[in-house]
Design a protein around this ligand. Sequence first.
Ligand code: V47
Length: 373
Amino acid sequence: MDTTLLTQLYTDSQSEAVVRISRRVLAGERLTRAEAMTMAHEAPLALLGLLATTLKERKSGRDVYYNRNFHIEPTNICRFNCRFCSYRRPATSPEAWEYSLEEIEQLARGYVGSGITEVHIVGGVHPHHDLDYYVEMIRRVKAILPEATVKAFTAIELAYMIDQAGLSIHEGLTRLKEAGMETMPGGGAEIFDETIRARICPDKGSTAQWLAVHREAHRMGIQTNATILYGHIEGWEHRIDHLDRLRTLQDETGGFNAFIPLKYRNLHNSMSEIGEVSIVEDMRMLALSRIYLDNFAHIKAYWPMFGKDTTALALAFGADDIDGTIDDSTKIYSMAGAEDTSPRMSVAEMEAMVRAAGYQPVERDSFYNPIKK
Ligand code: V47
């Protein structure tokens, strides 16, 4: 963007600090935590959108990515009890589920020949399943869908199963990688600030564990994603702190693919009284993520969590990815109150969404290589 135009538009009405920081963003300079806080509190929404869009277009031009994927959620029984979670059930609940490996194979078989390029496997941290069980799960899914990438297990699930097996992170990830785990999703990050984390998920694996698993994965050539769970009891200082820790790790390893800001949804969980933040707050969070994470190529607006309308809008606030077709295979968000109770999008619908935002839809694989048609 022409910086003269931007500063002409904004110099008169904005504080000197916002104008100065905006110029730095447009010059490709890295923001400090304090500058990010100033922008979070003072910059108008439209300015954040323009800055984030400019940065997005410098990285991926007019391209906006989607993929053909489905999820396997092996269980909703979980050893941890996170206060924001609407998905977990005690093992004794009639709503608890736990698929056998044969049932998981059955699910995978349903996608043979479908053009699916990614299987996303994530669920509760089951107290009794061991590393061998997960290794076998990946091996069987990969045997049925050899051309699909297996994106499996949050760092929290991994830390638990590997620790139970008495292995180092490196040894545990090696076994899973050999079985066919090619990349890892970004879940379980929640909020890195230890004080807030202790209030929303007191017994969950720690920030240090999450970062250690991703660091080791990156060292082993396993690319991963990262998330934040925002819009509950945290403030902007905690969000910026979270982004800062990710930016630092990315400087060290370069192993993150996409960052996914996950909006806290408040149906049927033990923090429901908090309510949900506004769509304006969502857009500010997306734009700030794009601006602060200057070393992340991709910012994903995850449509099953935001809903389709908010996702479409996110394409004007720095997002360059909307995730995938999903095929009604994830329950985490609908159980927490997301609009689509049977989340599913066709390729045509995804492409129309991207075009309506003025961009070019690109089907990608799990590593952001375009799929040739
Ligand atoms: O870590 C749980 C979140 C995450 C709620 O890497 C909630 O491509 C909002 O990580 N309201 C798991 N969010 C999902 C995840 C993910 C999703 C999509 C794509 C990718 C990727 C990763 O779901 C959890 C937690 O932060 N979550 N409960 C809730 N009530």
